[in-house]
Design a binder for this molecule. Structure first.
Ligand code: ZN
Ligand code: ZN
Length: 269
């Protein structure tokens, strides 16, 4: 971690400072020094001023209208509300419509240990699995599977567009050939070092040729739950690249995913 990042963590390592950030977040408009102090409810003006000064610059700005959150302050409070630092949540396994693409068994969705999953009750294969913050499941317990589908598609779109889902830093994608799981798409953030893994075929999910191919068959691939898209798990190695065969109602479309995860339609021999 950089010295800057350590200094930033130090600046918020105090309960009173977190309260200041929360009050600024909840206020619709910038707050004057005294209005902010009243809301935070600290009698000692000197102590309040000391802690506010530690936030000023990086997290809080002082404008002509009063004190307000900067982008970093907004991000920090958003992360606190997501519950990743404070909460534990779980959702009991619930049945999911459709069947396992691996064995035809019944599916269920669950949330535990900060992971959302859609798994097969027969062969135990996880058709979808990934880290999700506790805030995600609030009010979504009844349709956890649909929410997970939307969450993972959004994350995939974000890293495909070159943004880290953790810190918004620049992300590079590359193809890796895993001896056990076949070709994999790996995205790595150049800033925070966060990584995001998916199947090689997943990067083709919203490719124009795939969307059009489904459309020609009267379907919209954007609304098919990812655990029903069986070709997502079927990429094979082709030299340094990966070959993906999209199958819709028995018709096939061949794609190539290259080393940098660019997708193109393969030439048919
Ligand atoms: Zn199964
Ligand atoms: Zn990052």
């Amino acid at each position: 971690m950089s010295d800057d990042a350590e200094a930033a963590f130090g600046a918020v390592a105090d309960e009173l400072r977190v309260r200041i950030l929360r009050e600024l977040w909840e206020a619709d408009d910038p707050l004057s020094f005294s209005a902010l102090r009243d809301r935070v409810d600290v009698a000692d003006s000197g102590r309040f001023n000391y802690h506010l000064s530690k936030l000023r610059g990086r997290f809080v700005e002082q404008t002509a209208d009063g004190y307000d959150l900067r982008l970093a302050g907004n991000r920090l409070v958003g992360a606190l509300y997501s519950g990743v630092f404070t909460e534990e949540a779980s959702v009991e396994p619930t049945p999911v419509e459709g069947t396992c693409t691996n064995c035809g068994g019944a599916l269920e969705a669950s949330y535990e240990d900060e992971r959302g999953r859609v798994t097969c009750t027969d062969c135990d294969v996880a058709l979808l699995s990934g880290g999700v913050p506790p805030a995600f499941v609030e009010d979504r317990e009844d349709d956890l599977a649909t929410a997970l589908d939307g969450y993972f598609r959004t994350m995939l779109r974000e890293v495909r567009a070159g943004f880290c889902t953790q810190c918004s830093g620049p992300v590079d994608g590359r193809l890796e050939h895993d001896p056990e799981h076949g070709p994999r798409a790996v995205f790595e953030c150049g800033r925070c070092g966060g990584t995001f893994h998916g199947t090689a075929a997943a990067v083709a999910l919203d490719h124009a040729a795939v969307v059009a191919f489904y459309y020609e068959h009267g379907r919209d691939v954007r609304t098919v739950p990812v655990w029903e898209v069986d070709w997502l798990h079927g990429a094979t190695r082709a030299g340094d690249a990966a070959r993906v065969t999209v199958d819709v109602d028995g018709d096939e479309l061949d794609l190539v995913v290259d080393e940098s995860l660019s997708v193109s339609v393969a030439e048919r021999p």
